[in-house]
Design a protein around this ligand. Structure first.
Ligand SMILES: [Zn+2]
Ligand SMILES: [Zn+2]
Length: 305
């Protein structure tokens, strides 16, 4: 099953020739999730050749313009393309109002159902439960209510060993997949562990943007495979970062280290930085497995047995 993070754009408010505003595409198996939807999102989706019609769920971290202004354009494009499949939008209070005003004043009537879901900006909570994965959210600290999103694959049952499968009854297989031993017709006990191989470890991704440094959230990010954390500023701007309710490269790295994540992606770069290598260097001093979340880059999480 695919588990891929595709960076559509990773800039802040004012676009530059390198950066557009924040947006990412997360593909998990058959699901296409859009995380934040800055102004140029639909252009980036087209530019990099993604099947944007497949997006079924959109997660908006907060209502600063650089994280949602691409939404109305994308919704209209879906209409023009005769979309009929429902679309779920998870966002803080106000998102639905903004979109409904725009649709109403443009006299647009959508051909597909649009479902808004409020994110809980006060405490950690479950957002979405699917067969293969779950999505949770928890509040960050910024100039507006903002939440992080954590996508965790569910644990899968152990697999029956291929060489043994043909000799087993369906009842025995069922029991083994539930990690239960099975007694056959002759009364002998068959141990599930002898007939199965462990399923791959569940994979996970966390998206943390637009926040001051919050060391206390490390406990909510334990053992995450890939953490995206904003690093709007380098260490040269640490004081300004705190005033603007953003984080630095070093702070992002400290959090990744404390949480014990496997990989850190940094992004949401201030447009004052034309060369990102010093930012990467600063984070890698503390957390060597840091990578730049630049436009067009992709990160795959392979199965880990
Ligand atoms: Zn922002
Ligand atoms: Zn913001």
């Amino acid at each position: 099953m695919r588990f891929e993070i595709h960076i559509l754009s990773s800039g802040t408010g004012s676009p530059t020739v390198i950066h557009n505003q924040t947006s990412q595409l997360l593909i998990v198996g058959r699901y296409h999730f859009l995380i934040d939807c800055g102004e140029a999102t639909q252009f980036q989706l087209v530019k990099y050749g993604y099947s944007y019609m497949k997006v079924s769920h959109i997660f908006i971290s907060h209502l600063h313009a650089d994280h949602y202004t691409g939404l109305i354009g994308l919704l209209n494009t879906y209409n023009l393309n005769h979309r009929t499949a429902g679309l779920h939008i998870f966002a803080p209070e106000g998102m639905e109002e903004i979109i409904q005003v725009q649709l109403r004043l443009s006299a647009v009537s959508l051909r597909y159902p649009l479902h808004f879901h409020l994110t809980n900006t006060d405490e950690e909570s479950q957002l979405l439960e699917l067969k293969e994965l779950s999505v949770t959210t928890f509040p960050l600290k910024h100039r507006l209510p903002v939440t992080a999103f954590v996508f965790r694959e569910k644990e899968r049952p152990p697999g029956i060993r291929k060489e043994m499968a043909s000799a087993l009854s369906p009842e025995a297989c069922q029991a083994f997949k539930k990690k239960q031993d099975f007694r056959d017709e002759q009364g002998s006990l068959m141990k599930w562990a002898d007939y199965t191989q462990p399923a791959p470890s569940p994979r996970s991704y966390a998206f943390v943007t637009d926040t001051v440094y919050l060391p206390e959230i490390a406990s909510l990010l334990k053992n995450i495979d890939i953490l995206y954390h904003e690093a709007t500023f380098g260490d040269d701007m640490a004081e300004h970062a705190a005033e603007a309710a953003h984080s630095t490269t070093t702070e992002a790295a400290l959090l990744a280290k404390a949480a014990g994540v496997k990989k850190l992606l940094i992004g949401h770069f201030s447009n004052r930085y034309t060369d990102l290598q010093p930012l990467l260097f600063q984070s890698r001093q503390i957390f060597p497995e840091t990578y730049l979340a630049t436009e067009g880059s992709s990160f795959h999480i392979p199965y880990n047995r």
